[in-house]
Design a protein around this ligand. Structure first.
Ligand SMILES: *Cc1c(COP(=O)(O)O)cnc(C)c1O
Length: 217
């Protein structure tokens, strides 16, 4: 695989679903990838990237951003309160808002430094104990709270449980988004992005299928 194979596969999936591929943003997930691989994708013209750790991202992206204009960075991993400031300085979009406390902190620090990110509310669609994300019965209230705080809520995000059919979770996420008048759906990874696009994904988060297997530390 690689960037252009993924772009072709995305276009095919969109066409089959009667959608335009222009309505699906490819987030290239560069976590734990060697810099040469990331730079090759930048050199190919791609500009939208995802990272799941603030500290790791802060170690490589300021330099990449300076060298390549127009980079848009998405945080797709859990965000701790004490990392919010660093996250907002680096990221344009946060996909992992899952509590009122975090939403309030993002809003207040964002106002302070005049960098309010676009946000997605992460939903624990599988109701898993250890999983990040707001529980299903708390989504509507959290979306409303984010809006009250003035955060631009772009949509909802989910990571389906590993051993379940992801389509069920994608369809559920789409249903909850529609009821909240949200159009953004951050769902679909290397193994299931075509199914996510069929069910309305607007943002797919793809790592290993673009860059190759993540190098173990
Ligand atoms: C790592 C990661 C991805 C990308 O996973 P791949 O299977 O390599 O495509 C997507 N979303 C999140 C939240 C991740 O942490």
């Amino acid at each position: 695989m690689g960037l252009s194979d993924i772009q072709n596969a995305m276009a095919k999936a969109a066409t089959s679903a009667g959608r335009s591929v222009d309505d699906v943003t490819l987030i290239a997930v560069s976590k734990v990838q060697p810099n040469e691989r990331v730079e090759a994708v930048l050199a190919a013209g791609h500009r939208v990237f995802g990272e799941n750790r603030v500290q790791e991202a802060a170690g490589k992206w300021p330099e990449f951003k300076e060298k390549y204009g127009g980079v848009e960075l998405h945080l797709i991993g859990p965000l701790q309160s004490n990392k919010v400031r660093a996250a907002l300085e680096l990221f344009d979009v946060i996909h992992t808002v899952d509590s009122e406390k975090l939403a309030r902190r993002i809003a207040s620090i964002g106002a302070e430094i005049d960098r309010i990110p676009r946000v997605f509310v992460q939903v624990n669609t599988g109701d898993e104990d250890q999983k990040a994300g707001v529980p299903l019965d708390g989504v509507d209230a959290l979306v409303a709270e984010c809006r009250d705080l003035g955060l631009p809520v772009e949509g909802l995000m989910c990571i389906p449980p590993v051993n379940e059919e992801p389509s069920l979770h994608f369809a559920l996420l789409a249903k909850i988004a529609a009821r909240n008048n949200l159009t953004g759906l951050s769902m679909g990874m290397s193994g299931d992005f075509e199914r996510a696009i069929a069910l309305g994904a607007t943002h797919v988060r793809i790592g290993s299928a673009i860059f190759g297997d993540r190098v173990k530390a």
